[in-house]
Structures are given as structure tokens and as C-alpha cells.
Design a protein around this ligand. Structure first.
Ligand SMILES: [Zn+2]
Length: 220
């Protein structure tokens, strides 16, 4: 076993960690570019990594080509810049129909998967679809997006200030769909901050508070 260590991002720990190289395997190929002419070579080095913090394993692939500066490094699974919150797994009971619950869960997963591959326009569209779904399943479908948002606010799920923020972030998804706008990472991260806050405060925080309240002895 090698003693080699590398400082690399760990998806599980959510930051850079010392990773132990547990195994290395190199695949080298000699390439003949022109018949009877020049030779070039390429090599792919595979390293099995184990995080020194959480012990999770991953694979690093380094590609090298002798003739051009083509070195690339790929990680499996890809590095996650934005981790899906664990409370997403607790959303299921809040959606009466299995189909609805599955839709929410899959949509959440696809939004974070889109971010992993820098598909920010798709992620923004996903955030919009997810919030729309939350509004419709809480206050019913009022016909238009603006009316759904107004009813959502009137029902007290968000404050007027939050309504204004929601309107703005939902417009990022709308612009990506209808106005050929390609949002960047920060646009999507901000949208997701607000969306996560709204969803967790509607479903998860109420549930957590009810659990705390059940534990508190009642006044006699
Ligand atoms: Zn780790």
C-alpha cells in the first residue's frame, strides 16, 4: 500500500481533505500518428482514494498525452459543489400522493445533479418547477403563477418580503425558459438558498417544532 496522500475535495465532508491513495493503476499506450512516422504516447492513471476524514472511497483519473498539453483530471463520482440537504429525505410524508412525493424527491435530486455538471439553466428551471409544485400543493392551483404566489403569501406561508424575493428568483427560471437567459452558478445558488429556506420552513421546521413541543412538559 502506498503512503501517497493528496489534498482533494471530499463530497461527503464537503471540503478539502487529505486523501490516501489506496491503489494506483497506469494504462499506457503507444500511438503511431503517421504510418512509419512519429510516435506519441498517452497514459491514464487511476487512483483509488480514501478520505482521511470520513473514509469514503472515490476514483481519480488523470489523462496525459505526450504531444499536446492535454492533461485532464476527472473524479468519480464528480465533485459536488452543492450538496442536497438531508432533510429532503424527510419530505415524503408531507405529500399525500406517492406520485407527488416522488416528483418532489426526484426534482430535488435532478436540480443538484444539474449543478454538478454546471447545467445552471436546467437547475434554475428545476427550482422554479419545484416552488410551483410546493405552492400548488399547499394552496391549490389558482391558474397563474402570480396568483399562486399571492395565495401562498396570503395563507401566511411566506412574508410579503419573502414573496418579493420569491418573485425575483422564480424569474431566473422563467428567463431561462422564455428569454434565452443562461444563469450562472451564483444566480442558481442564490435561488436555491431561498427555495431551500421556503421548503424547509414549510415542512421541516413545523415538524421539528412539533417534536420539541411534545417533549416540553405541559403547564399544569
Ligand atoms: Zn470525507
Amino acid at each position: 500500500m502506498s503512503d501517497e496522500t493528496l489534498l482533494i475535495h471530499c463530497n461527503n465532508c464537503g471540503g478539502e481533505r487529505v486523501q490516501h491513495v489506496r491503489a494506483t493503476h497506469v494504462v499506457r499506450r503507444e500511438l503511431e500518428i503517421h504510418e512509419g512516422g512519429w510516435q506519441a504516447s498517452e497514459a491514464t492513471t487511476y487512483r483509488t482514494l480514501q478520505c482521511g476524514g470520513c473514509e469514503t472511497a472515490s476514483l481519480r483519473e488523470d489523462y496525459w498525452y505526450s504531444e499536446v498539453d492535454l492533461n485532464t483530471t476527472t473524479y468519480y463520482p464528480p465533485h459536488v459543489t452543492r450538496k442536497m440537504p438531508s432533510w429532503v429525505y424527510r419530505l415524503r410524508p408531507f405529500f399525500p400522493e406517492t406520485k407527488q412525493a416522488e416528483y418532489m424527491f426526484k426534482l430535488f435530486k435532478e436540480i443538484y445533479a444539474a449543478i454538478e455538471v454546471e447545467a445552471y439553466a436546467l437547475a434554475a428551471m428545476g427550482v422554479r418547477a419545484m416552488l410551483e409544485h410546493v405552492m400548488v400543493s399547499t394552496v391549490g392551483d389558482k391558474g397563474t403563477f402570480a396568483k399562486n404566489l399571492a395565495a401562498f403569501t396570503e395563507a401566511g406561508h411566506v412574508t410579503t418580503r419573502q414573496q418579493d424575493r420569491l418573485e425575483k428568483i422564480l424569474d431566473v427560471g422563467n428567463a431561462a425558459i422564455h428569454r434565452a437567459y443562461m444563469p450562472g452558478q451564483s444566480d442558481v445558488f442564490t435561488s436555491l438558498d431561498i427555495a431551500e429556506h421556503v421548503v424547509s420552513s414549510i415542512y421541516i421546521h413545523d415538524d421539528d417544532v412539533a417534536t420539541v413541543s411534545d417533549r416540553v412538559p405541559k403547564r399544569s
